[in-house]
Design a protein around this ligand. Sequence first.
Ligand code: AMP
Length: 427
Amino acid sequence: MSTLKAVRGTRDLLPPETELWNKVEATARRVFARYNFGEIRTPLFEDTSLFARGVGEETDIVSKEMYTWEDRARAQSEKPQSLTLRPENTAGVVRAYIEHKLGETGMLQKLYYIGPQFRRERPQKGRYRQFWQIGAEVIGPASAGSESPLRDAEVLEMLAAFLHELGIRDAKLSINSVGSASDRPRYVAALREALQDKAPQMCVDCQRRAETNPLRVLDCKVPEDQPIIDALPKIADYLDEESKAHFAAVCAALDACGVAYEVNPRLVRGLDYYTRTTFEFSHGGLGAQNALLGGGRYDGLSEAIGGPKAPGIGFAMGEDRLILTLQAQASEAASTLADAYVAPLGEGMNAAALRLAHELRGAGLKIELGDGSFRLKKSFEMGNKLARKIILFGEDELASGMLTVKDFASGEQVKVARGEIAHFLGA
Ligand code: AMP
């Protein structure tokens, strides 16, 4: 008899790793409590139509990734109910908001959840069929201020605080506006028209998306398609004055509290319910599945599933990916690799290179110093064994004050000003 194993795309979490999971969850609870969020726990399965209507029939999630089955009918005359393991939690939270008439309090509801979600995706590092999300939603009647751009900025500031408190370094925030319910159809029509000529030259997925859900074309990662996508109409040109002002106010509030971000006009995300602000935090250490978390505003979701008008904004973090990032950081910190290898180019540069190494060590960095008698190839070989990055330091660099730094893991080579280099290396 063959031995039984955990089903493809699912996994066991064992000690001591579970301690890290508990730490992540405790940090989330602690940070969210400071913003006065309360916990909600919704069922693991729901009526299938909740996701069809809430997430959108044409999304990848609903069209091909859900675990759906027909429940046995209670009586012969009854139609069997179609049930689905939740692929995400926002639709469930909004259903609960409607069912328990939380809007009638007249207050904003600030709810967070922690729990497993299920999607039949192709498993790979950071992508599983049962995965955990930590998410939160701010939802309520417009009279409670639920549409205010301040809510968007506050949620983003809370996320930045959470990642900081958890100790995740170098997470990158991208934001965009996908416009209101009236902007979006105009943009989608423009995209559809532009894609009529272009789609036949694109990948098969884009050819399908051009027909079914043109916004998803912007998510395509196929290198050959990128120049075509870059030349497509941009959502920013289709926003009405109100949406533009809303987005500008979000950006201004983020600037005011020092949350760094980048505007990415292609960030449309995979769920149909988003309106106006969309965002994502990514992390370079995660590889292909680099999204740590994603979210956005969903002003029409409650109405789409039969509830009252209840604008909202929320996010979901991939807990599995938070853990992967923390583990990678811990093993990096435990490694004996130096932060950088300073390679003097020629013996005449030795003394100046010693001076540079002295400055960087003074900033708390771990530095290996090569020797100007080494040929460039040998410096690279030695550097690769001893450090994460190499700094090339020759006459030109000394004169211009711009040093060449190469990262061994990513292969990326950049010029960095001498005064910036300690900061660049993580000091
Ligand atoms: P979404 O609900 O698609 O907006 O995803 C929000 C976050 O959940 C993503 O940024 C990921 O971090 C995480 N996530 C989504 N799908 C998976 C998956 N199949 N495996 C692990 N994490 C996932």
